[in-house]
Design a protein around this ligand. Sequence first.
Ligand code: ZN
Length: 292
Amino acid sequence: MVYDGPVLDNHFHLNRRGLFLDAARGFKQAGGTDVVLVHCPDFSAPPETYDGHREAYADTLAMAQSVRTEVELGVRVVLGPHPAAFAHQFERWVAEEGQSGRERAVQNYRHSIDAALHFVHEGQAHAIGEVGRPHWPVSDEIWDLSNELLEETMHLAAQEGIPLQLHVEGESASTYPDLAQRAVRQGMDLLKLVRHYSPPDVRSENTHGLTPSVLCGKGAIERLLETHEAARNGFFLETDYMDDPRRPGAVLGPKTVPKRTRQLLEGGMAEEVLWHTHHDLPMKVYGALEDV
Ligand SMILES: [Zn+2]
């Protein structure tokens, strides 16, 4: 089975203290051609100021540039405030400062979005993310505030035509319809609302018009083969590779998307479907690489 098209991992992190360029090289050796590099905050000390966010994003952009020049992969960049970082700051600052801590956390979220927007406007970043809501049980207050800020970001994305990569709670029946409803209310084109860490059932009746980015563990193959024909937007494949030295190979290793692409072909998926996943869909959602 010969497939000579591109192979894109839609959610990939790099860490200078992890394998860094060697992870990108491993992906390339396995057959990969493009990564969507998603900013990962330093969870032990996420930025607390606008300038701090700018600096942290600038480092992700510098890593992207190294991957382009030293490994020769196509790289698109996604910058934004991780919902976990926001929730932890909120909890800590409210405990320390009460109401003003709440305001401080909201303001810091907005600074983080503004700093990302700056780089999108400069043409250095292609999307905002990962934004969303915590993936563990939280108080109603944090849940409601996370949703409020998410909708604010959806509104901005709609106005500016910017794609969002979403990080949301684990699967529940209400997750997709709830996100779709909020995004439609804010005027978003749902194609540009990409759900990272998506389960492999990609039927539109399940995804409600969002674009799923499927975490492609072993079990995902069969379900993708069964459901992809009913996916109106198509689907992305991703590893959520963390490049975390304490959890090597988590969430999935850097060679996984090329491997699953071959397995999908062997399982009977048409080449044109894979061209769509790895080329047409990224063009539609993020635009061309040359736009950077
Ligand atoms: Zn991630």
